[in-house]
Design a protein around this ligand. Structure first.
Ligand code: ADE
Length: 403
């Protein structure tokens, strides 16, 4: 993975030469390039900031050096590829383990570390026309600039890149994997200052240890992070036309959503029914009870915009695979990247031991098939479901570190 970081304080990024990330760079797994923004200034003072239009406190980073910096990074003669640009900002969407996991699959990231009151917005707007851009916040507090945030994000992302961590098993049970915090850990001696290591951990009983650890993870999460136990929703990573809606949340569906899901399915599969000249498509023939029945058997997520459900997807285990389906995007927001983001979310929720993803679609659903192919799926079979010809598509889980 290549990572470019642009900052007016390149020295802030020096810790990236230490520890695991330093070793990964020396091993050729990471190619981290830190750039001084001031090399793209042309005045005597090498100035990078100016007063804000409209008044107000502080200074704003000027667009010209940033524009030149991004042009230099994406110089088309050198490479046709584009990085995924991350702009750390307290005004961004929250960076979390899901976002880290998703960015870890990118071959090339670039970080634009702003200072002062931030970077002239036109830089971010223009960059968005050339490459995917994510404005991300470490949390609800304000740092002096984007450098510390970039350091934290680079560390969280790169440790998920295959090969960077020696013991990749440790990734599967750490905090925030599977939406839970980590269980407490102990080492020798068995008794320290009158405190014993929990007996179950010394029992050698593997299954009992697993049960104890899972119970500890749940208890700890409920106590320390009740928001994770009953999530109000995670920010959905959107890079398409809905990206400006940084407030779109994806949340587990509840039974109360069944009616809306039924309506959404009608709206979504109508075009397909017309195309096939048949309304005998499962998603169109089911009633409210059917929806409630499958909701009890699948994990289902919904995305709301201005109060209404605009997208949904469901998934469940099928042997060694994670079966993803009922991908729905409301007709008026189709083509905005929501379907892709829903697929990525559903894939990201797959239990760690599963090895691949499967999706089914009608044999004539060319639009769906195209979306799945773009997401890396390939046709793996044809079958007949209640009289309807269906196509099965399969994608192996991208990284073996998760297995
Ligand atoms: N820059 C300043 N504060 C920040 C924060 N909380 N997250 C990311 N970048 C920042």
């Amino acid at each position: 993975m290549r990572i470019d970081i642009v900052s007016i304080f390149p020295g802030y990024l020096e810790p990236l030469n230490l520890s695991l990330i330093g070793s990964a760079q020396r091993a050729g797994l990471l190619d981290i390039r830190v750039h001084d923004l001031r090399q793209w200034t042309h005045d005597r003072h090498r100035s990078v900031d100016d007063t804000p239009y409209g008044g107000g406190a502080g200074m704003v980073m000027r667009p010209e050096p940033w524009g030149e910096a991004l042009d230099a990074l994406t110089d088309t003669d050198a490479t046709p590829d584009r990085p995924h640009l991350v702009v750390p900002s307290p005004g961004g969407r929250v960076f979390n383990q899901d976002v880290a996991g998703s960015l870890a699959t990118e071959p090339w990231l670039a970080f634009a570390c702003g200072r002062y009151e931030g970077i002239d917005e036109r830089v971010i707007d223009q960059a968005g026309e050339m490459m995917p851009v994510s404005v991300l916040s470490l949390g609800d507090y304000v740092l002096g600039g984007g450098e510390v945030a970039a350091l934290a994000m680079v560390e969280a992302i790169t440790r998920l890149v295959p090969g960077v961590i020696g013991n990749e098993e440790s990734l599967t049970e750490e905090s925030h994997t599977g939406g839970l915090l980590e269980y407490p850990v102990y080492t020798k001696p068995p008794r320290w200052r009158g405190r014993e290591v929990p007996a179950v951990l010394r029992s050698g009983h593997h299954e009992a240890i697993q049960q104890w650890r899972t119970q500890q993870r749940r208890q700890r999460t409920a106590e320390r992070r009740p928001d994770l136990v009953a999530p109000t929703g995670n920010a959905l990573r959107l890079t398409g036309a809905l990206d400006h809606r940084g407030d779109l949340l994806i949340a587990p569906a509840t039974a109360a959503d069944a009616g809306e899901l039924l309506t959404l399915a009608r709206a979504c599969w109508l075009a397909e029914a017309r195309e096939q000249d048949s309304f005998l498509i499962p998603a169109l023939t089911e009633d409210l009870d059917d929806v409630l029945t499958w909701m009890a058997q699948w994990r289902t997520w919904v995305v709301r915009m201005d109060g209404r459900i605009i997208g949904s997807v469901r998934a469940r285990r099928a042997g060694r695979n994670w079966d993803i389906g009922r991908l729905m995007v409301a007709p008026d927001v189709q083509g905005c990247g929501l379907g892709r983001a829903l697929m990525e979310h559903a894939e990201g929720a797959a239990p760690t031991e599963l090895t691949g993803f499967t999706v089914f679609t009608g044999a004539h659903s060319t639009r769906n098939e195209r979306l799945y192919r773009r997401a890396g799926y390939q046709v793996s079979g044809h079958s007949d479901f209640r009289g309807e010809a269906t196509v099965e598509l399969y994608k192996p889980r991208p990284s073996s570190r998760l297995q």
